[in-house]
Design a binder for this molecule. Structure first.
Ligand code: UDP
Length: 379
């Protein structure tokens, strides 16, 4: 027997990238007749998550507030499982939606599975092929796959990876990545009201006429020696009078400590607090080159025709590399400096990478997902 209308969908997330990628999905679900959407945040990252909630105008129905400073993965995972189990018993949703590759995603899927609640996985099928790159995200996302019965793959490459793992082809749907929906929605808001990103006016003025390199760096596997290599490269790049570094520093204390120790005060380096999403999109617009180890930024930058140099050895998002708009460069100091220098000094090399290119979606992924979720109850 089918459950009664409306069907209750519980969307669970806990970090900045999940919130960015799910706020358009929550909006699309809420606009779909026959569905009742409930949101639960675990807040495994507190401050960065709240920045997105504020901008998206999203007030979660349930906030577990589970972040603790320096929390181990074991402790986070066990606390998530206990807390999400209680939420699911109280909410009794008809379907749970999780996104991507976080501890919240894997545990949300598991708690639902323990109660035989079906799970939809948004951003399914990303694979680097190496279980420690990114760590622990590669295994998190693999473990969600056998639990989910709806796999929303952003690209055909991601769908093919799922088929290779014997996921039933009829349960895999290529939708595009919802980050492109978030990007379009936020750019439209910014166009209507540029004051949403006015916090960067001063930096735009200070660095006018210089080539801006936008930097983000926070991956667990880059903490330690690799982060120090990155910092040393930034100091060398900032030695060029025609170049400036814009670096919103991730609040992870291991990142902050390295940057405090090695970057110092430099006229060509703006080391700033993490930006909210409209400000970050403006930063992408201001940038000449993007230097990052982030996943989401690899998807956004090509959509804005910005060359992305990815400070990793492997990527689960090969589409940008295949299209020539992203390059994997690792974290060797000399290599980072030489890759940036080439893009600044060689206009032809720059042009090859600076092409608008949207392998990650057309901005309508969320609508496809919401419709498919709704249709699923009729099948
Ligand atoms: N982002 C942001 N402010 C910043 C840096 C990044 O809003 O100061 C956004 C960025 O646009 C992207 C997302 O955060 O959508 C990426 O998050 P993060 O790098 O933390 O995680 P990952 O994508 O690597 O999982």
């Amino acid at each position: 027997m089918q459950p009664p209308l409306p069907r209750k969908i519980l969307v669970i997330f806990g970090t900045r990238p999940e919130a960015i990628k799910l706020f358009p999905v929550v909006a699309a679900l809420a606009a779909t007749p026959g569905l009742l959407v409930r949101t639960c945040v675990t807040a495994q990252h507190r401050g960065l998550l709240d920045q997105v909630l504020a901008i998206a105008g999203l007030t979660p129905d349930i906030d577990l507030d589970l972040m603790e400073p320096g929390q181990s993965l074991d402790r986070l995972t066990t606390r998530l499982l206990a807390a999400l189990g209680v939420v699911m018993d109280a909410e009794r949703p008809d379907r749970v939606i999780v996104q991507g590759d976080t501890a919240t995603a894997i545990v949300g899927a598991l708690a639902a599975y323990y109660r035989r609640i079906p799970v939809a996985h948004v951003e399914a099928g990303l694979r680097s092929g190496a279980i420690y790159h990114p760590w622990p995200e590669e295994v998190n996302r693999r473990i969600v796959a056998p639990i989910a019965d709806q796999h929303y793959a952003p690209t055909e490459t991601a769908a093919a990876a799922l088929r290779r793992e014997n996921i039933a082809p009829g349960t895999i749907h290529v939708t595009g990545n919802t980050v492109i929906d978030a990007l379009h929605a936020t750019r439209a808001k910014l166009a209507a009201d540029p004051s949403l990103a006015a916090g960067l006016d001063e930096i735009a003025e200070r660095f006018a006429g210089k080539r801006i390199v936008l930097v983000t760096a926070h991956r667990r596997e880059n903490l330690g020696g690799s982060m120090e290599n990155i910092a040393r490269a930034l100091v060398r790049i900032a030695g060029r009078s025609d170049t400036a570094i814009l670096f919103p520093v991730h609040p992870n204390p291991d990142v902050v400590a390295v940057m405090d120790a090695l970057l110092g005060k430099h006229a060509n380096i703006a080391r700033i607090a993490p930006l909210d999403y409209p400000h970050f999109i403006r930063a992408l617009d201001l940038a000449h080159i993007v230097l990052t180890d982030s996943g989401g930024v690899q998807e956004e930058a090509p959509a804005l025709a910005k060359p992305v140099l990815v400070m990793r050895e492997t990527t689960e998002r090969p589409e940008g590399v295949e299209a020539g708009t992203a390059r994997l460069i690792g974290t060797d100091t000399d290599r980072i400096v030489s890759e940036i220098s080439t893009l600044i000094d060689d206009a032809a090399a720059y042009r090859v990478m600076a092409r608008a290119h949207n392998p990650f979606g057309d901005g309508h992924a969320s609508a496809r997902i919401a419709q498919h979720v709704a249709d699923g109850f009729g099948r």
